[in-house]
Design a protein around this ligand. Structure first.
Ligand SMILES: *[C@@H]1O[C@H](CO)[C@@H](O)[C@H](O)[C@H]1NC(C)=O
Ligand SMILES: *[C@@H]1O[C@H](CO)[C@@H](O)[C@H](O)[C@H]1NC(C)=O
Ligand SMILES: *[C@@H]1O[C@H](CO)[C@@H](O)[C@H](O)[C@H]1NC(C)=O
Length: 294
């Protein structure tokens, strides 16, 4: 099923009302779980699917020879992805666990929405590193210190991508908002569909405390758990064929007061790096345009 022209092609396909209703119900929220939605890309011999209570779960693991990686079978154009992740307990220095979406076209123009969890030595906090690439250009790093121990239990991490903005949420709390400012000349992902990827790998040369702390391979294999992978397709307004055709003046994807106050709270309590505030890296003439727009 090609997600891009989903609704517009579905309106042509669904000549019978009953078929159409069944089809739309099926695509609105994917009912398939992680077993069906995900395929392993590398390190398959180190990973395993299992039932965690009622939930379909996947364990990725890493040892000194290799990590592991999965991807979604489907590609999406405007979507909400939620997944619960439980990170490596104890000494996770040098490891990186990810959940991200990325387009498949040429690297020079690719789009990408990244969450990377940078491990740490026992007792020291993980860093959640985020980045957004649009039309091949990234460099939009923001980093966060989570307000809970992400190794003690599962927590829900979400990527919301609609025509107006990209939101990253942790346990339903918005931590990052990247607005579509295309009309101001800031690239935004609008036409390349993306797949979800998740991986566990070693980046001991830079990941932990700037690379000063290396991975303790005696602790291997390292394991992270993913469960309850949810895909929710973007729902267009009534009378609109698909989300990408949402009228310019639509307020559907505007932020509500709760989301705005969550973003404010996260900015003061959890954010540890914001590229827009990096005056060593950027000055008034080189500051990315979106930094002055939102
Ligand atoms: C996935 O969707 C189901 C059904 O709406 C919901 O109960 C569950 O909390 C969601 N899981 C995550 C990880 O968001
Ligand atoms: C690891 O812990 C140190 C000390 O608390 C902290 O400075 C660093 O940001 C943490 N995270 C990473 C990824 O190094
Ligand atoms: C700002 O950065 C640019 C490029 O690095 C440099 O050419 C310029 O001199 C800098 N301006 C100031 C005011 O620091």
């Amino acid at each position: 099923m090609a997600p891009m022209p989903l609704a517009s092609s579905s309106s042509k396909l669904c000549s019978l009302l009953i078929l159409c209703l069944a089809f739309l119900a099926a695509v609105d929220r994917s009912t398939a779980g992680i077993f069906d939605e995900i395929e392993l890309i590398w390190g398959a011999s180190r990973t395993y699917f299992f039932m965690d209570g009622d939930s379909e779960a996947l364990a990725l693991s890493l040892d000194q020879s290799q990590g592991s990686c999965f991807r979604s079978r489907e590609k999406y154009l405007y979507v909400q992805i939620d997944v619960e992740i439980k990170l490596i307990e104890g000494d996770s220095a040098g490891t990186v666990c990810t959940i991200y979406t990325i387009s498949e076209g040429p690297w020079e123009i690719h789009d990408e929405i990244d969450l990377e969890f940078l491990g740490n030595v026992t007792g020291e906090p993980y860093t959640l590193h985020t980045n957004i690439f649009a039309n091949g250009v990234g460099g939009r790093e923001q980093q966060f210190r989570l307000w809970f121990d992400p190794t003690a239990d599962y927590h829900t991490y979400s990527i919301v991508w609609n025509p107006k903005r990209i939101l990253i949420l942790v346990d339903g709390k918005a931590i990052r908002d990247f607005k579509n400012n295309e009309d101001q000349g800031v690239p935004f992902p609008t036409w390349q569909s993306m797949r979800t990827f998740g991986s566990l790998w070693s980046a001991e040369d830079w990941a932990t405390q700037g690379g000063r702390v290396k991975t303790d391979w005696k602790q291997a294999p390292f394991v992270t758990y993913y469960r309850n992978y949810n895909v929710t397709w973007c729902r267009p307004s009534p009378g609109v064929a698909w989300c990408g055709d949402e009228p310019k003046d639509s307020t559907r994807f505007d932020l509500d007061a709760n989301t705005l106050s969550d973003l404010q709270w996260v900015r003061s309590n959890s954010m540890i790096y914001n590229y827009c505030d990096d005056s060593v890296r950027f000055n008034a003439t080189t500051l990315p345009k979106e930094c002055t727009l939102q």
